[in-house]
Design a protein around this ligand. Structure first.
Ligand code: CO
Ligand code: CO
Length: 321
């Protein structure tokens, strides 16, 4: 919708909304740019403190996905008139706990009365303009690494229906409350040839992979056997706990996918599962992939190499078993 409006021409915009990237990047000094993003949503778990943690983890993720460091955050709150204010306090406390972990200072916010609770943050980070990691720049020959398992969308849907097993909930919550901070720091410390990066969120793995391939003018090959799935994810698909967003994602993006080997319908669906606070999708020189994987895995980050970048062909994404 923003794209339909008149453009503002500002040479300091390094990454704007027309790139379909994770966050906006705006240069304020020769060596410094702001990374800005906003995200908020309705509760996806019953516990208010945990919901606050998830909302914060999710909002911070786009700053890490651009190679930035979060600095400040503003809370966005929609809360019902009649609801218990203690609940709101728990949500904010959960969010704050993750902001503290991120070293990001909450400096204000805004709340309105609304029939349905919604919570999230606008986050501002900083980045050296030369170190911005956009979704453009992936090169043929690169390895693709994903740092979290898929399945938070279908498991959240099962949670809402009261049908998720405790171990599924625990694993999904652990994933959704794990900051991408540590993975991003490892990436920076290792001094690797990272060419492109994004995080896997609402459009699902294929949706965000599609954006990376379009922005980079390459094709991607994804190997489903290498993609980690959260415990219960396949069971949730089989039982019909399909979020509306999953079907929308599939309707929109499946046309860019060529299934080159038989793939089960459960797995196909999970490739489009909308993720909350999902992992980083990293495209880097294949010679550096093992070094990065070893470092991520030794930090107990469930990272795996899920595919590779190839020269652009007619289909943007090939999926193999
Ligand atoms: Co993102
Ligand atoms: Co976002």
């Amino acid at each position: 919708m923003l794209g339909k409006l008149a453009r503002q021409h500002d040479p300091n915009v390094l990454v704007g909304f027309d790139h379909a990237d994770d966050a906006g990047v705006y240069q304020i000094a020769p060596e410094q740019a702001l990374v800005q993003t906003v995200d908020f949503f309705t509760p996806i778990v019953d516990d208010p403190f945990t919901f606050g943690q998830i909302a914060a983890t999710n909002a911070l993720s786009d700053v890490y996905a651009m190679g930035g460091k979060p600095v400040t955050a503003l809370a966005l709150v929609c809360f019902p008139d009649k609801a218990d204010l203690e609940m709101l306090e728990r949500i904010l406390a959960g969010g704050l706990s993750k902001m503290i972990e991120a070293g990001c200072t909450v400096i204000g916010g805004h709340s309105i009365r609304d029939e349905e609770t919604k919570f999230g943050y606008s986050v501002t980070g900083v980045v050296n303009p030369k170190k911005v990691l956009t979704n453009a720049g992936a090169k043929p020959g690169d390895a693709l690494i994903l740092t979290k398992a898929l399945g938070t969308g279908v498991i959240s849907t099962a949670i809402k229906k009261g049908s998720a097993e405790p171990i599924w909930i625990d694993a999904a919550v652990r994933s959704m409350t794990t900051l991408n901070k540590q993975a991003a720091e490892i990436l920076e410390r290792q001094n690797l040839r990272v060419h492109a990066m994004t995080d896997v969120t609402g459009f699902g793995l294929i949706g965000h992979a599609r954006e990376m391939s379009l922005a980079s003018d390459v094709s991607l090959r994804l190997s489903t056997s290498k993609i980690d799935l959260l415990p219960g994810a396949v069971e949730c698909v089989r039982a019909g706990y399909i979020p509306g967003g999953l079907n929308n994602n599939r309707d929109f993006a499946e046309c860019v996918v060529a299934y080159e080997e038989p793939i089960s319908d459960e797995i196909k669906r999970l490739l489009f599962d909308p993720q909350t606070a999902g992992g980083l999708l990293i495209s880097l020189a294949s010679k550096d992939a093992e070094k990065l994987l070893a470092a991520l895995q030794s930090a107990r980050i469930p990272a795996s190499q899920i595919g590779e970048v190839v020269p652009r062909t007619k289909r943007l994404i090939a999926v193999i078993a």
